[in-house]
Design a protein around this ligand. Sequence first.
Ligand code: 5AD
Ligand code: SF4
Ligand code: FES
Length: 348
Amino acid sequence: MLKLIAKAKEHHVLSKEELISLLKTDEYNNAIFKAADEVRKKYVGNEVHLRGLIEFTNICKRNCMYCGLRRDNKNLKRYRLSEEEIVDFAAKAVNYGYRTIVLQGGEDDYYTTQKMTSIVSKIKSLGAALTLSLGEKNFEEYKAFKEAGADRYLIRIETTDKGLYEKMDPGMSHEERKRCLSDLRNLGYEVGSGILVGLPGQTVESYAEDILFFKEIDADMIGIGPFIPNDDTPLKGAKAGDFNMALKVMALTRLLLPDINIPATTAMESLNKNGRILALQSGANVVMPNVTEGEYRKLYALYPGKICTGDTPVHCRGCITSKILNIGRTVSSQKGFRGNRDFPKFND
Ligand code: 5AD
Ligand code: SF4
Ligand code: FES
């Protein structure tokens, strides 16, 4: 096993069987975390990139079994931010020092392509990089956002197990999800994806395939978070994902994709009070603090126990900065494109 870890650390290659053997036992977890931390340091350095996250709508036409924003959840007060509010939160975030803004929301058709492109160009004029996370759109829509100035797009594959995906996301197709990833890549976006760890029925074989899939699509960013059961969903009462398994899948992803951006996800910290720091010490190099203001934070209720719901953007900025400095890392003043560039690969 130690030989496998050394091989992954040096050559960034492991077979499916090798990944499975490392995923199956917890005996070598610390060695995996340490190797991932070293690879992170060698390829992306000690800088942590902060992305200011605006959760702009909790209205969603989808019905994912795990998610509190699913359309059948009637126990949630819904909201939409106006263009003015979104641009105002983005401008404040740029003033706090964020060099990337992430706009994330449910699949909400209220935000037409025209509305979105207007928001995108206004945010871009603030001088920050812009990441979108709006779910499945067609090629023309992705193209319009790109032309308006969007730099990156996040859309998790959630799981590469097609059967499980289609059970968890009723009415959605795994092929369509992959089509989105390929369209985004062809349009020149930096592409972010990722998975949930610990969905009912998910296996270590499946995590091994997930990691190989990230490599196959040459993802620029991979976000991995444990599944956290939400009482307002059909998965209420299901077992939560295992924090260490999520951390290990993330660390193995770093070993195999050494130069990508990997966030220490909010869900990690929602399961373990030191979760983001442990993630930053096991391969992660990005944090996405919330810059949404007021009660909206609480209403963006993907899962229970979500951190920072009662805090302000200023407080979170200070909180995460001190945590990062405390472990001997620095906060980057760059936009943090893959490969530590200050510009996206395709717009060189
Ligand atoms: N637990 C953890 N993560 C969740 N997400 C949605 N619901 C949950 C949950 N119950 C994640 C999905 C989605 C991202 C925005 O939030 O992976 O892609
Ligand atoms: Fe909607 Fe995304 Fe939640 Fe699915 S995971 S219900 S697409 S917000
Ligand atoms: Fe929000 Fe620490 S990052 S309270």
